[in-house]
Design a protein around this ligand. Structure first.
Ligand code: SF4
Length: 348
C-alpha cells in the first residue's frame, strides 16, 4: 500500500503517533521516507543573513528583535555584489540552494529592487534561491516570483494555541496569509517551526497539523531546536529531551511524506549520533555554512565527514537531467498517493 498525501490530520491521530514507542515511530517514519526519497541523500542549503538585527517584531526566541539586548551587531541590507560573492562561495562548497534572510517585519518598496537583483544573480549561477523577508503582500510575492525566486520561507513557529506566548506583534493569521500569497504567486513554500520553547506535545502536534493540513504541503519543512540566546526571554528555557526532537522530525515525515524535512537551527547542540537519528527519522535537508542567520552552525566539513561515515550523499542540483527525472518520479508518487483510496490508519 502506498502512503497517501493527506490534508485532514486530526489531533487524535497525531497524538497517537507522538505516543508510539520510539522504535515503532522511527520504523514507520523511515518506511514512509523510503517510499518518497532516496534514504541516503540529504539536500544541502546555505543561509546568508542579508540584513541583520533591528527587527521591530518581538519573537521571544530571536536575537534579531530590537526589543532584546543580545549584543548582536546590526547590519544594513548587504550590497548585491557581496551577496553574489557569498553565493559563489556556497556553490563551491556543494550547496544546491542559497537562502537569503532579512530581519524585517516585511520588505519595504525601496528594498524590492535590491532583493530581486539578488534573486536574479544567484539564480544565474545555477543555484536554487530561497528568501525569508517577513510578511509578504500578494504583489511582493509576485515580484519575487518574476525575478526567479524558487522558495519563500515563512515559519508558523508553533501551534495557534501557544503562538501568543511567543509573538504578539503579528498574528497567526498574518503568517497564514503570507503563505497563501506565496502559493498564489507560484512560489514553493518553506515553512516549519521551533521545538523547545516550553510548548507541550499537543502544541508540537498542533504545529505539524497546521502545516500538513494546508491545501498543499510546504515543499520544505524546517524543524528548529530552540537556540537559547542570552538576552532573549527564552534564554533560560529548560532543556529539551533530544528524543522529543527526533519524535517531532519523525511525525513531520509521516504527515508530509513528500516534503523535505530540514534540520535547521540548533544543530550546533546536536551530536553526530543525534544527527544520524534525525536522518533515520526522515530529515533529509540541512543548512550548512558557518552561521545560521546569527547563531553558530556546525562547520560544513563536519557535516560532509558525517555524511561520508553514514554513506549519505548531498542531493545534486547541477545534473539537471537527473533532477528532472527525480522530480518526475516524485511527482508520480505524489499523484499516486493522492489518488490512493485506501484508508490510511496512521496509528496501525
Ligand atoms: S524571527 Fe524574524 S520577525 Fe521575529 S524578531 Fe526575528 S527577525 Fe524579526
Amino acid at each position: 500500500m502506498s502512503t497517501p498525501i493527506r490534508h485532514d490530520w486530526t489531533h487524535a491521530e497525531v497524538k497517537a503517533l507522538f505516543e508510539l514507542p520510539f522504535n515503532d515511530l522511527l520504523f514507520k517514519a523511515q518506511t514512509v521516507h523510503r517510499e518518497f526519497f532516496d534514504p541516503n541523500q540529504v539536500q544541502v542549503s546555505t543561509l546568508l543573513s542579508i540584513k541583520t538585527g533591528a527587527c521591530p517584531e518581538d519573537c521571544k526566541y530571536c536575537p534579531q528583535s530590537n526589543r532584546y539586548d543580545t549584543g548582536l551587531e546590526q547590519e544594513k541590507l548587504m550590497e548585491v555584489e557581496k551577496v553574489l560573492a557569498e553565493a559563489r562561495a556556497a556553490k563551491a562548497t556543494g550547496a544546491s540552494r542559497f537562502c537569503m534572510g532579512a530581519a524585517w517585519r516585511s520588505p519595504k518598496k525601496k528594498d524590492m529592487p535590491y532583493v530581486t537583483a539578488m534573486v536574479k544573480g544567484v539564480k544565474e549561477m545555477g543555484l536554487e534561491t530561497c528568501m525569508t523577508l517577513g510578511m509578504l503582500s500578494e504583489e511582493q510575492a509576485e515580484e519575487l516570483a518574476e525575478a526567479g525566486l524558487d522558495y519563500y520561507n515563512h515559519n508558523l513557529d508553533t501551534s495557534p494555541e501557544f503562538y501568543g506566548e511567543i509573538i504578539t506583534t503579528r498574528t497567526y493569521q498574518h503568517r497564514l496569509d503570507t503563505l497563501s500569497n506565496v502559493r498564489k504567486a507560484g512560489l514553493k513554500v518553506c515553512s516549519g517551526g521551533i521545538v523547545g520553547m516550553g510548548e507541550s506535545v499537543r502544541d508540537r502536534a498542533g504545529l505539524l497539523i497546521q502545516l500538513a493540513n494546508l491545501p498543499e504541503h510546504p515543499e520544505s519543512v524546517p524543524i528548529n531546536m530552540l537556540v537559547r540566546v542570552e538576552g532573549t526571554p527564552l534564554a533560560e528555557e529548560a532543556d529539551l529531551d533530544p528524543f522529543d526532537f527526533i519524535r517531532t522530525i519523525a511525525v513531520a515525515r509521516i504527515l508530509m511524506p513528500a516534503s523535505h524535512v530540514r534540520l535547521s537551527a540548533g544543530r550546533e547542540e546536536m551530536n553526530e549520533q543525534m544527527h544520524a537519528l534525525a536522518y533515520f527519522a526522515g530529515a533529509n535537508s540541512i543548512f550548512y555554512g558557518e552561521k545560521l542567520l546569527t547563531t553558530p552552525n556546525p562547520e560544513a566539513n563536519k557535516d560532509l565527514k558525517l555524511f561520508d561515515r553514514l554513506g549519505i550523499k548531498p542531493e545534486e542540483r547541477d545534473e539537471q537531467y537527473c533532477e528532472d527525472e527525480q522530480e518526475a518520479a516524485l511527482q508520480a508518487k505524489v499523484e499516486q498517493a493522492r489518488n490512493d483510496q485506501f484508508f490510511y490508519d496512521a496509528t496501525a
